[in-house]
Ligand binder design. Structure first.
Ligand code: G6Q
Length: 569
């Protein structure tokens, strides 16, 4: 593979670095997870470490807080408050090697069809590859295509933002409504919220996803159709929710502009891979921004699916975000596993899921602009790694993807943190914090940071019975006021929430997910699990609306619920 990514083949020396195509064969011969030597070593090492408290681990190594850290792409990771020692980390890194992670990374960056059940590459890294790179898929250089679309998006965004693009009545566009769902919604909403500081404040951005009509109604209730642009974002352009919302949007617009169908041309653009459906809907394909089947929905926020982001923050900031993604890609591709942020975080997620029985990971950004980041990560992580068969289709005998969830701090502290501190479950936490506020306000930021640091400290070290008693707490209350501690967390620190940082942060989790999926030997890039419900909904829909009572052949519960709805609607 020529171009910037070609250097993956040229590194050597470290066992983590590439050996290019040779590893492809090795990948096919990976030993099942429970039989890998590193796994066995971890099973036995876990017995030792499970009984150790973070207090002991810190007492045994005064430099632990400095040693168990890593940096890359502008992010600093402190993972010292995890229930690992040097031996555990060594074995986990060995597990990554034995799981063929290096070969998988190379295969992904090379554009191999690693999404085996859909026979596709998973090439989101090509979306942020530099113009000078070349990545061939079926003999075509996809990087050139990516940059051609980015340039078109940029030109369009400039026209809209400058007012050169006018609506049907000649007014400039002041409102942008993205219509899409899942991967065509969560990334754009999250990025818009995250980068609001950099956005055009004289324009309104809304996001409609749910087929619940209220989502659309509320999004447009105070908008003037003459100044509103809809972006219909749908990779397939067949998604029921998006089609339904787009049709309602078209009706709303046409009605609002005096029944003029021609108005659609100036008020609708599409982001899709399906030109046929886009033009059948009535959108001129000249106003369509394409992407490719090798971009998974949940990995698409930096493709044309990010058009709303670009309209909000401008092409230059969008490219800064891509640069952040790229920096993390390069870090993931080249840093030795023991210093590699996504690898370390992925391995720790495996460690807690498989050895400590942890069911979840909480992501707790101490940055209000990241309020939609946990929701975005829910899809990225759970749609990717919520699988129970291996790449070869065999049932796994170990836990796979944990539940990711979270809320921004400090809000969460006054809510669910109680369970993390004193509940019976182990909830590993990722704290995310920034050294500088985007808009400093008095002592708010120092307080915010004091809180995030205090939470990590409290979770790790807790408060012993002796300490509680020493405070003069009445005996009956002592057990209630004890904090066991030994609750693990990562702290991810960046200088400031910039477009670059956001890109790096998203890529960090993308690659952590990939690392986990590789260890578990599952396909992180398909999502067959969402199909069944969709198919059943199509079957139920006419049964709800048929005039005559339909013959129902579902289970007795579903039949009864359908009858109940028919009676009550
Ligand atoms: C993501 C999933 C899914 C998808 C939506 C929307 O990885 O594939 O969330 O993004 O179902 O699909 P369309 O973009 O095709 O409308």
């Amino acid at each position: 593979m020529p171009g910037a990514f070609a250097c993956v083949r040229m590194e050597g020396g470290d066992p983590d670095t590439s050996d290019g195509g040779r590893n492809a064969n090795a990948m096919r011969a990976i030993t099942p997870l429970p039989r890998r030597p590193a796994w066995k070593a971890l099973v036995s090492h876990h017995k030792t470490i499970a009984g150790l408290h973070l207090r002991q681990l810190f007492a045994a190594d005064s430099k632990r807080g400095e040693r168990f850290t890593a940096s890359g792409a502008g992010l600093f990771l402190d993972y010292s408050k995890n229930r690992v020692d040097a031996e555990a980390m060594k074995r986990l890194v060995q597990l990554a090697r034995e799981s063929g992670l290096r070969a998988r990374i190379d295969a992904m960056f090379r554009g191999d069809r690693i999404n085996v059940t859909e026979h596709r590459a998973a090439l989101h890294v090509a979306l942020r590859a530099p113009k000078s790179a070349t990545i061939l898929v079926d003999g075509k250089d996809v990087v050139a295509e990516v940059h051609a679309v980015l340039d078109r998006m940029g030109a369009f965004a400039d026209r809209v933002r400058s007012g050169r693009w006018r609506g049907h009545t000649g007014r400039r566009i002041r409102n942008v409504v993205n219509i899409g769902i899942g991967g065509s919604d969560l990334g754009p909403v999250m990025a818009y919220e995250a980068l609001k500081h950099y956005s055009r404040r004289d324009m309104t951005f809304r996001f409609v996803s749910n087929v619940d009509g209220i989502d659309f109604v509320e999004a447009v209730r105070d908008l003037d159709p003459a100044e509103t642009l809809f972006i219909v974002s749908s990779k397939t352009f067949t998604t029921l929710e998006t089609r339904t919302n787009a049709e309602s949007a078209r009706a709303w617009l046409v009605q609002g502009l005096g029944g003029r169908e021609r108005a659609v041309a100036k008020h609708f653009v599409a982001v899709s891979t399906n030109a046929g459906q886009v033009s059948a809907f009535g959108i001129d394909t000249a106003n369509m921004f394409g992407f490719w089947d090798w971009v998974g929905g949940r990995y698409s926020m930096d493709s044309a699916i990010g058009l709303s982001t670009m309209l909000a923050v401008g092409p230059a900031n969008f490219r800064r975000m891509l640069a952040g993604f790229r920096a993390m890609d390069e870090h993931f591709r080249t840093a030795p596993f023991g210093e590699n942020l996504p690898v370390i975080m992925g391995l720790l997620a495996v460690w807690y899921s498989n050895f400590f029985g942890a069911e979840t990971v909480a992501v707790l950004p101490y940055e209000n602009y990241l309020k939609r980041f946990p929701a975005y990560l829910q899809q990225l992580t759970m749609e990717s790694n919520g699988k129970s068969v291996t790449l070869a289709g065999r049932r796994v005998r170990y836990a796979t993807g944990p539940v990711y969830w979270g809320e921004p701090g400090t809000n969460g502290q006054h809510s669910f943190y109680q369970l993390i501190h004193q509940g019976t479950r182990l909830v590993p936490c990722d704290f995310i914090a920034f050294a500088r506020a985007l808009t400093p306000l008095g002592r708010h930021h120092d307080m915010l940071i004091a809180n995030v640091l205090a939470q990590g400290e409290a979770l790790a070290f807790g408060k012993t019975e002796a300490e509680v008693r020493a405070e003069g707490v009445p005996e009956a209350l002592v057990p209630h006021k004890v904090f066991e501690g030994n609750r693990p967390s990562n702290t991810i620190f960046a200088r400031q929430l910039t477009p670059e940082t956001l890109g790096a942060l998203v890529a960090l989790y993308e690659h952590s997910v990939f690392t986990q999926g590789t260890i578990w030997g599952i396909n992180s890039f398909d999502q067959w699990g969402v199909e069944l419900g969709k198919a059943l909904a199509q079957r139920i829909m006419p049964e709800l609306t048929a005039r005559a009572a339909p013959r129902l052949a579902h289970d007795s519960s579903t039949n009864q619920l359908i009858r109940h709805y028919r009676r009550a609607r």
